[in-house]
Design a protein around this ligand. Structure first.
Ligand code: AHM
Ligand code: MG
Length: 339
């Protein structure tokens, strides 16, 4: 059985001029994920459960585990020496690591430390999502926000951790997608899903249909298509929606399917955040042979203007995202560039 650390060091030669820094950074994220996993697993028992009373940048109540996870990733990266700045869902501003070693770090990280945290209390899967970029500013100087405002096409690596019936870490460095399952008895992530590929077509669609009346016409028409009776193409499809992006995406990655969080007239940019929710999932989807779009354009080509920017999100099996895009173009072309 190959461990995450063995796999990371074996594949390090994929990078030109690799010096092991990115490997160490990924490893640091893996270690923080283990600590978060420990707390998530005992969430029902621990004093750490409950509301922390603070409100995050999007005005949502933070659970204590969000705060805990955020702190774990921040401290793993602050003292790892490879990362010079971090953007987190839980912090309004970027966090600049200005200590002697981190100032020379080549990378910046955008992270959602614990996504889907409203599911914690009810024992439903949650996740961590992260993306890694090479900094633009000079190593040795303090990092800037520009380092984090790069399009997804500049990502060096991205991944997620799913805290589910088992805990898995799935990541890509642009050379395919590999998944590691955590074995708590030995405290190691073991390679369990090498070279993951998303089926080109699937029969699952994942969307919060309660918002139907607010959806753009293109999404409404696509949903109608999903629900039509056409045995030859496997329709009607089936709905699966957990309300936890990582879990919904992970299932669709393995089984084939589409996840949609569209914009609406009231919220044209939807709900999900480009830097640390859409982009990392998009990179993994593409590396697994799938597709990620905002309904009209490739997610990874959007140049972010601010770190907590939102985007509509259509991700999953290529033929399904193609079909949804076609529907958006036909029925909701006016929606283009609204966000
Ligand atoms: P969060 O970052 O506040 O946890 O919100 C993100 C989550 C995603 O995991 C999930 O797919 C989506 O929000 C669900 O939203 P909704 O409840 O509107 O369907
Ligand atoms: Mg989130």
């Amino acid at each position: 059985m190959k461990t995450l650390i063995q796999f990371i060091s074996e594949t390090q030669h994929d990078f030109p001029y690799a010096t092991g820094e990115l490997s160490r950074l990924l490893n640091d994220i893996g270690i923080a994920a283990k600590i978060v996993n420990r707390e998530v697993n005992k969430a029902g028992l621990s004093h750490i459960m409950g509301l922390s009373g603070q409100v995050n940048v999007q005005g949502e109540e933070q659970k204590k585990l969000d705060v805990f996870a955020n702190e774990q990733f921040i401290s793993a990266l602050r003292y790892g020496g490879q990362c010079c700045a971090l953007a987190s869902e839980e912090n309004d501003e970027i966090i600049i690591f200005d200590n002697e070693i981190s100032r020379r770090g080549k990378y910046v990280v955008a992270i959602d430390p614990l996504d889907g945290s409203s599911n914690i209390e009810v024992n439903v899967s949650i996740g961590t999502v992260f993306s890694i970029y090479r900094r633009i500013s000079k190593p040795g100087e303090a990092a800037t926000e520009e380092d984090l405002l790069q399009p997804g096409t500049s990502m060096i690596a991205a991944g997620y951790v799913i805290y589910g019936s088992s805990t898995m870490l799935v990541y890509t460095t642009g050379y395919g997608v590999n998944g590691f399952t955590y074995d708590p008895s030995v405290g190691l992530f073991l390679l369990s899903h090498p070279n993951m590929k998303i089926p080109a077509a699937g029969n699952i669609y994942s969307i919060n249909e309660a918002n139907y009346i607010y959806f753009p016409e293109g999404v409404k028409q696509y949903l109608q298509y999903c629900q039509e009776d056409d045995k030859a193409s496997g329709r009607p499809y089936t709905t699966r929606y957990i309300g936890s992006l990582v879990a919904d995406f992970h299932r669709n990655l393995i089984r084939g399917g589409i996840y949609i969080y569209p914009g609406t007239a009231k919220n044209p940019a939807g709900k999900l955040r480009l830097l640390y929710e859409c982009n990392p999932i998009a990179f993994i989807a593409e590396q697994a042979g799938g597709k990620a779009s905002d309904g009209f354009r490739r997610i990874m080509e959007i140049k972010p203007e601010h770190i907590h920017q939102r985007s509509p999100f259509f991700v999953g099996s290529t033929s399904m995202v193609d079909k949804a895009e076609e529907s958006m173009l036909t029925y909701s072309g006016d929606f283009r560039n609204k966000h």
